[in-house]
Design a protein around this ligand. Structure first.
Ligand code: ASP
Length: 329
């Protein structure tokens, strides 16, 4: 039987009703007791580094989870991370950069309803996550949710209530779980050469969501506070040239200072394409402005945090454009 380490971190799956609303309060052992079928498929040991609503989970927590995986990598066949759904896609993307080239699976799951709700999705998601993790072909960072197996770099929470909370953006789910068994649509060979673990993230990354008429003075704030900027622009991508072309000037100044800017789109599907329209193509003249293309926002943000912890300028751009776990095409 496979040996799996469960890393329980909180979320709705581990929540109980309190006077102030749902809050994480259920331990990893209590969660495991709700899925007795898992014990027939694998041996599980559990750790609980924190028990948080995932609204409160960010870079230090991602580093902590990655560190637990690294320290236990040799002793376990796979890892199941239980997590709140709200920021699970960020954690999955961050782990895809912090824990690379792994021939073992890291499977994130959670639920829309507490494990103790009568009509919960928690038991199925939890049991699917362990059964997928115990499968001999599973490897890499994946989200298992509502029967879908989604790459950690392609997941997005797209629903706040329905059980199919996650979508795989512009890339198919790699497998579905049927009666506790994975059916693969895409079967990648396991990577060779051993895992690579990283230990730092640069949190000075900001996302600027454009709205019509936004004032470019926002750069007064951003210039001194961030090293990386993801601009969610409109449609295929571009920036307005009103206000005396201030966005162009300020962006050129930002990247001219050695910082990294990525143009992405607010449209959920099909990615950016800066060269299509004049409002986009002219940004090429700003200097080192990167393009998110088909990357999810979650992947673009966490990839920048990872890269900017050890590189800057053109080197950062080269790494950003290098695909990792099918994050960019
Ligand atoms: N607020 C919860 C969380 O992300 C939502 C959930 O788990 O579904 O922790």
């Amino acid at each position: 039987m496979k040996n799996i380490l469960m890393i329980a971190t909180g979320g709705t799956i581990a929540s109980k009703e309190t006077s102030g609303g749902l809050a994480p309060a259920i331990s990893s052992d209590e969660l495991l007791a709700c899925v007795p079928e898992v014990a027939k498929a694998c041996n599980v040991r559990a750790v609980q580094p924190f028990n948080l609503d995932s609204t409160n989970v960010y870079a230090p927590h991602w580093l902590k989870i990655a560190r637990i995986i690294e320290e236990n990598y040799a002793d376990y066949d796979g890892f199941v991370v239980t997590h709140g759904t709200d920021t699970m896609a960020y954690t999955a993307a961050a782990l895809s950069y912090l824990v690379q080239n792994i021939a073992k699976p890291v499977v994130l799951t959670g639920s829309q309803k507490s494990v103790y709700s009568r009509d919960t999705d928690a038991r199925k998601n939890l049991s699917d996550a362990f059964l997928f993790c115990a499968d001999g072909n599973a490897h890499g960072v994946r989200i298992v949710f509502d029967g879908s197996v989604i790459l950690g770099t392609r997941a997005k929470k797209t629903r706040t209530r329905s059980f199919n909370a996650f979508s795989s953006i512009d890339f198919p789910a790699i497998a579905v779980m049927r009666d506790g068994k994975p059916f693969y649509y895409i079967e990648d060979a396991k990577p060779v050469g051993g895992p690579r673990f990283y230990h730092a993230l640069n949190e000075r990354v900001f996302v600027l969501k454009m709205i019509p008429g936004l004032n470019a003075d926002i750069f007064d704030y951003l210039d001194s506070r961030c090293d990386g900027l993801v601009i969610e622009s409109f449609g295929a991508g571009g920036l307005p040239n009103y206000q005396n072309d201030a966005f162009f000037t300020r962006l050129a100044k930002f990247v001219g200072a050695g910082k990294t800017a990525v143009l992405s789109t607010q449209a959920e599907h099909e990615g950016s394409s800066l060269d299509k329209y004049a409002v986009g193509r002219r940004l090429r003249a700003c200097g080192n402005v990167l393009e998110a293309r088909c990357m999810t926002l979650e992947a673009a943000v966490t990839k920048l945090m990872w890269i900017l912890s050890f590189a800057e300028g053109e080197e950062a751009g080269k790494i950003f454009n290098t695909p990792i776990e099918r994050d960019i095409f």
